[in-house]
Design a binder for this molecule. Structure first.
Ligand SMILES: *Cc1c(COP(=O)(O)O)cnc(C)c1O
Length: 497
């Protein structure tokens, strides 16, 4: 088999190793790294079904990371997927009614970002070694709420790294914010910005491609890398749980090996669902990939019209990790769906930057026909939380509820009878007020932390240990800046001259 290398979606023709792609985070031309070929997983399902999550992860990741040895990957997965997760299954699949839920929130920060960010520090350290990197790695991260904490947790006190997280000061949930600003670790820095996630993300992207900043960094002995899903080191570990979901369904006797499934993925930056697409390319029998958006339904409009238009009102919703108008990883899908036409992808990204929109031709739309878009309003989201709880006593968070609501709409219009997995991306306790109001009606209290315990009392389910003591932890990070000052704040943190 030819070795998988990585190239930029925007045409920079230099091929880099997986290690180099992980260390750089983003290509020098602003494009995203994509594998030069999509590998196939040829191991028979019966054999895969017997593997632990860790061994499955080792097998799948080795296909995309040929420059990492099996022993290196085995050590990384053992350290990443250990008792930081509150279940040995790591990503358990549960069934309520007709719907399967893949629970990706059993890690230390109670959201699916832990699935990749608990292993990224190990991959990055190995990658830095392979690239002979002398410099200290600065992880620069924009977050819509969950990535930030998961990355901080993963990189705190990791030797040879510093991490700077930018989050929208008024665009994350109180629990998400508290999780970040109480982060310990001398190498961690957390900055609120006066702006939304898209502002944070474009500010970070601009720093990556700022030649002057790069020179200053180099002089100071640093290089930037990213913990956002623009980094292939984030995407690759996410492929694993789609396989795991499938194999659990087979092991539980709910699916015949070889039978197709659908996945409904609550989507923001398009990283999670893109990993499902890569799982399908590996050979996983997937029928439809259902892309669920909240009121910020730019992806729904894209999949239904072929036009991506970010010029629209931005809504702060109860599913803040999906409050995104520029879904970065869609660029990777455009690359694959356009038959790797990098000049065309580059032109569309320029159109998006200049005019705020682009349109894809029919041929490209046809190549994306496995995707279905849907969206849920705030009202439909709350209703979904309520109806799942009433029907089965199962509590879902607002992001998962968006996916559930979109699935119900999809089923009623398509009549599709394919078994379907809803990807459950966060613990309902991360969003206690909205979840409690959905199941028990309006609450007069605005105190998110009191409401955590109220939610536990009403539902009889315990507050997860990871957030039970959050309120009493000291706030260690207080910096807030304007969106145009992100570069200056980063330079100050790194003491660049
Ligand atoms: C990040 C996140 C999402 C969106 O995932 P993308 O990979 O950005 O599409 C959905 N739900 C939760 C809880 C998240 O943290």
């Amino acid at each position: 088999m030819a070795t998988v290398m990585y190239r930029s979606t925007r045409g920079d023709s230099r091929l880099v190793s997986a290690a180099e792609a992980i260390v750089s985070g983003i290509a020098a031309d602003g494009g995203l790294y994509v594998p030069t070929e999509l590998p196939r997983l040829t191991v028979p399902p019966a054999e895969l079904a017997a593997l632990s999550y860790q061994d499955l992860a080792g097998q799948i990741m080795s296909l995309f990371l040929p420059d990492f040895t099996a022993a290196e990957l085995a050590a990384a997965v053992q350290q990443a997927y250990d008792d930081k997760f509150d279940t040995p299954l790591i990503a358990p699949l549960v069934t309520h009614g007709e719907v399967h839920f893949l629970e990706l929130f059993h890690g230390p920060t109670l959201a699916f970002k832990d699935m990749a960010l608990s292993i990224l520090p190990y991959l990055l350290r190995l990658a830095a070694e392979k690239c002979g990197l002398q410099e200290e790695v600065v992880i620069l991260t924009a977050t819509s709420g969950d990535t930030g904490k998961a990355a901080l947790e993963g990189f705190a006190d990791v030797a040879g790294t510093k991490i700077i997280v930018f989050f929208p000061e008024h665009g994350v949930s109180p629990v998400q914010k508290r999780q970040m600003v109480t982060q310990t670790g001398a190498n961690t820095h957390v900055v609120g910005i006066e702006g939304n996630f898209d502002d944070a993300q474009s500010g970070v992207k601009a720093m990556f491609t700022d030649a002057q900043l790069r020179r200053q960094l180099q002089q100071a002995g640093y290089v930037f890398s990213s913990a956002n899903s623009i980094n292939v080191g984030r995407l690759i570990p996410q492929i694993v749980y789609y396989y795991s979901a499938y194999l659990q369904l087979v092991n539980q006797g709910k699916l015949q090996a070889g039978q197709p499934v659908n996945f409904v993925v609550p989507t923001g930056n398009f990283g999670n669902i893109l990993a499902a697409y890569y799982a399908r390319q590996l050979g996983l029998p997937v029928h439809k990939l259902i892309c669920a958006s909240n009121a910020n339904k730019v992806l729904f409009d894209f999949f239904t019209t072929g036009i991506y238009d970010k010029e629209r009102p931005f809504f702060v919703t109860m599913s803040p990790s999906m409050d995104i108008l520029v879904s970065s990883n869609l660029e990777r899908l455009l690359y694959h769906a356009s038959n790797e036409d990098t000049a065309w992808v580059k032109a569309q990204m320029e159109n998006l930057g200049r005019q705020g929109h682009y349109r894809v031709p029919e041929t490209v739309r046809a190549a994306m026909s496995d995707f279905v878009g849907g969206y849920a309003t705030e009202e439909a989201t709350a209703k979904a939380i309520n109806s799942v709880y009433r029907q089965s006593g199962y509590l879902i968070d607002p992001h998962t509820a968006v996916a559930y609501a979109v699935l119900q709409d999809y089923l009623s219009v398509s009549g599709d009878t394919t078994p379907t997995v809803v990807v459950a991306t966060a613990s309902p306790f991360k969003f206690a007020k909205d979840v409690l109001e959905a199941v028990a009606g309006p609450q007069s209290s605005e105190d998110e932390f009191a409401l955590l315990f109220e939610l536990a009392a009403v539902t009889g389910q315990p507050v997860p240990a990871a957030i039970a003591d959050l309120q009493t932890k000291p706030v260690l990070h207080r910096t807030v800046c304007k969106k145009d000052d992100m570069r200056r704040v980063a330079a100050e943190i790194l003491q660049l001259v």
